[in-house]
Design a protein around this ligand. Sequence first.
Ligand SMILES: Nc1nc2c(c(=O)[nH]1)N[C@H]1C(S)=C(S)[C@@H](COP(=O)(O)O)O[C@H]1N2
Ligand SMILES: [Mo]
Length: 308
Amino acid sequence: MLIRHTPDLRESEVTDRRLYLDRRRFLALGAGAALMGAGQAQAGPIASYAKGVVVLDDKPTSKEAITTYNNFYEYGTDKEDPAKNAPGKLKLRPWSVAVEGECARPGTIALEDLVKPHRLEERIYRMRCVEGWSMVIPWIGVSLAEVLKRFEPTSKAKFVEFATLADPVQMPWIKSRVLDWPYVEGLRMDEAMHPLTLLATGLYGEELLPQNGAPLRLVVPWKYGFKSIKSIVRIRFVETQPRISWEKANGREYGFYSNVNPEVDHPRWSQASERRIGEFRRRDTLMFNGYGDQVGSLYAGMDLRKNF
Ligand SMILES: Nc1nc2c(c(=O)[nH]1)N[C@H]1C(S)=C(S)[C@@H](COP(=O)(O)O)O[C@H]1N2
Ligand SMILES: [Mo]
């Protein structure tokens, strides 16, 4: 079994952790602040979450790298752009998410109400970008399946479509039409309902920073990074396969499924190996990013060269 949960933190540990985090926050706000780089803007600590360990023998990538080497085209196309441009620009509260389409209980729901009924847990996942680099990220979030069930999807709900905020005031960079905004992504219903699929609100024990897709982003660890859509404002249950932003931009290079697959190369980049950020030697890329035991059956009988 891949996910191994340690028991919930006991109250004393939670308290200890809260004191520890308060102290860190205090330090960060004081003398520490000057030492922090641009990407290290303050994020609130998450005081209580279940330690869920995803058993992979990888060690997490540094927080520095995770928060300064990003893809978030709404804030520029260079890796350093989101950490420079998103903090202070993206307004994180209040935040709400519209849930629409084929479900019995559609509506617009405040972020807090969307997340609160669920158990926050840590998931340490590999992330691999189709560009050929990868990281290991200790996310904190809730199971997407648990959240979606509350809206009671109907039998017509075959796919779930997600959209990022597209506000030219908070995201002036979207005036350059590199993609068709809003950024849209989608999953087949069984992929959305898979226990590995996470709605993330934090990483490394703290709330997400804007550059990582605050306050709410998807994490689908067996797919290329671009499926993990950031700063979500809309979730829609639909009957037909959504047209995702990358497919619209270049359907020959980016497919709907985008499962990590070392055997199917991207026209411009080999997918056979990857550079783990912080490492020198390239690693072999694993089928489904190493999560094949868990997710392989979702694609039984599908031609993954056609459905790339
Ligand atoms: N809205 C939005 N979501 C996005 C992107 C983006 O440009 N806009 N980039 C994607 C890509 S290509 C990757 S690799 C991951 C990067 O996530 P990270 O910066 O938190 O590592 O976010 C994905 N989600
Ligand atoms: Mo990516």
